[in-house]
Design a protein around this ligand. Structure first.
Ligand SMILES: NC(=O)c1ccc[n+]([C@@H]2O[C@H](COP(=O)([O-])OP(=O)(O)OC[C@H]3O[C@@H](n4cnc5c(N)ncnc54)[C@H](OP(=O)(O)O)[C@@H]3O)[C@@H](O)[C@H]2O)c1
Length: 473
């Protein structure tokens, strides 16, 4: 069976890829916007096609000879996502039909169209409609609401609010009902859809017991062994609530706003197709799903996170050489007799709970400023305290290149008057640490000049600390 997986670098796609690789009947192909984002261990087993759904040639190459294709794509992080997602779905189904693909499996959002339906959900519904519109290709459209799993945006919001705020004043949407589902159950429905014996289009709503967001937060507190008081107040607007989430959780304002808008209306299952067509899948209860997610986080075994996708970042990366950077801060240190693998291990363990060496507090302040102005801040941390892969977030940085025992390249995702990169490179017997900055206008230049004294402290300390840490490994 030849299967194409799109969105393989996203939250669901990364996890589904692991599952599909376990199935010996499957020959797996992935369509990715940057081949480097496929982990080295998976590269051996998957056929990776580089390109996106706006590139017809790449789509033809990706869909050629494929029996079933998973469509796990959305462009939520971009301002014109509605239009992009519609065109993307149309291109996909058109070329799937040209290539003789029999089945598309799409994971969309749960909910119905009414005056309260969020733009985000409308767009997800539209993608499903477009994918299901071709007479020659069958589409199995799985619809899920709140997904509970380590690293999922909704779960991270609920967990962070519950952990950080003993008394929560919440907007009235906390009484809205939804049907959350464990991420592993979502994967089971997606995987089982490959073998489903049914030839028409099918919409399958999935979820566990209906719960209000207040009940979800109370159950989360119970699972975490915490006592929490929730006081709904009538005056919190979507904007204010989103800003609140932006400050107290790792999700930035734009993601929080899209999610909160979706909480205005109930997201309940509209059909029993999950039970009818997949009776062997018994969804976990909410509390069990939370417990499983917490266990994964505590065991440092988070497979994917909501911020894994690269999006526009890859456009920046493909041709980057840095010979044209306007500002460069470079530090070089001899590594002496220390093994390069230890130096690599030292600089790839930077950030998150491991921190940024002696000037951690300066990074914290920068993170708070970023959060206050609606940026991603430092709270995203790391997926794993030791392991790093291309596409991972490290606080407000994104890992855009990683070569074992050689190089780590980070792209800054904080709000900046320009574009910034941080590179660690081992060359012969030296560690080379370079910060590159491409300023935007006068403010960009003033920003760089204003930070020179802080850079002096931070970057000098950083290279020395990396070497020192490597010596002790
Ligand atoms: N996560 C949830 O909580 C949740 C809940 C309900 C439903 N769903 C649905 O599940 C599906 C997958 O969601 P997700 O959370 O896994 O998404 P995600 O983490 O945001 O990942 C999106 C994926 O799509 C890829 N992508 C975006 N535009 C593309 C394009 N034009 N061509 C090729 N690849 C493109 C991204 O690649 P890059 O890495 O290159 O950016 C990334 O791999 C979506 O339809 C979503 O609505 C998710």
């Amino acid at each position: 069976m030849k299967i194409l997986l799109t969105g393989a670098t996203g939250y669901i796609g990364r996890r589904l890829k692991e599952r599909l690789l376990q199935d010996e009947r499957i020959e797996l192909r992935v369509l990715v916007r940057n081949k480097k984002s496929i982990s080295p261990s998976a590269k051996e087993y998957v056929d990776a096609i580089e390109g996106d759904t706006f590139d017809r040639k790449a789509l033809q190459k990706a869909l050629y000879g494929v029996d079933t294709a998973f469509y796990l794509i959305h462009s939520l992080s971009q301002p014109n996502y509605k239009e992009l997602d519609r065109v993307s779905a149309q291109n996909f189904v058109d070329i799937a039909s040209e290539c003789g693909v029999k089945r598309i499996i799409y994971l969309g959002g749960l909910g119905v169209k009414n005056e309260d339906t969020s733009e985000h959900l409308l767009s997800r519904l539209e993608s499903g409609e477009v994918l299901s519109s071709h007479p020659k290709v069958q589409t199995i459209w799985i619809r899920a609401g709140v997904i509970i799993g380590s690293g999922s945006a909704s779960f991270e919001i609920i967990r962070n609010l519950t952990e950080k705020l003993p008394i929560m004043t919440t907007p009235k949407w906390v009484s809205t009902k939804a049907q959350p589902i464990a991420v592993d159950d979502v994967l089971s429905y997606l995987q089982a859809s490959i073998d489903l014996e049914y030839t028409h289009n099918l919409i399958v709503d999935i979820g566990s017991e209906p719960l209000s967001y207040k009940e979800m937060m109370e159950a989360t507190a119970k699972a975490l062994g915490l006592k929490r008081t929730i006081i709904p107040v009538p005056f919190m607007s979507i904007g204010l609530s989103s800003y609140w989430l932006n400050l107290f959780t790792p999700v930035p304002y734009s993601v929080a706003k899209a999610l909160i808008e979706g909480l205005k209306s109930e997201v309940l299952m509209q059909n029993d197709h999950a039970k009818d067509y997949f009776p062997h899948i018994k969804p976990l209860s909410y509390i069990d799903a939370v417990q499983k997610a917490v266990e994964e986080i505590e065991a440092n075994q988070v497979v994917s996170r909501w911020n894994d996708h690269g999006g526009k970042v890859w456009d920046e990366v493909h041709t980057k050489e840095f010979s044209d950077a306007i500002f460069v801060d470079r530090k070089v240190a001899d590594i002496g007799t220390i093994e390069p693998s230890k130096i690599y291990q030292s600089f790839t363990s930077i950030g998150g709970e491991n921190g940024w060496f002696d000037y951690d507090f300066l990074w914290e302040i920068r993170g708070i400023i970023d959060k206050l102005i609606g940026g991603v801040g430092l709270k995203r941390g790391r997926r794993d305290a030791c392991d790093l892969r291309t596409g991972d977030c490290v606080d407000f940085w994104k890992v855009v290149d990683l070569k074992a025992n050689e190089r780590l390249l980070l792209f800054a995702q904080m709000k900046l008057p320009g574009k910034a990169w941080l590179e660690f490179k081992i060359n012969e017997n030296q560690l080379i640490q370079s910060a590159y900055f491409y300023p935007k206008g006068v403010w960009g230049r003033l920003y760089w000049y204003g930070l020179i004294p802080l850079h002096y402290l931070v970057f000098n300390n950083m290279i020395k600390s990396i070497i020192k840490k490597a010596k002790n490994l």
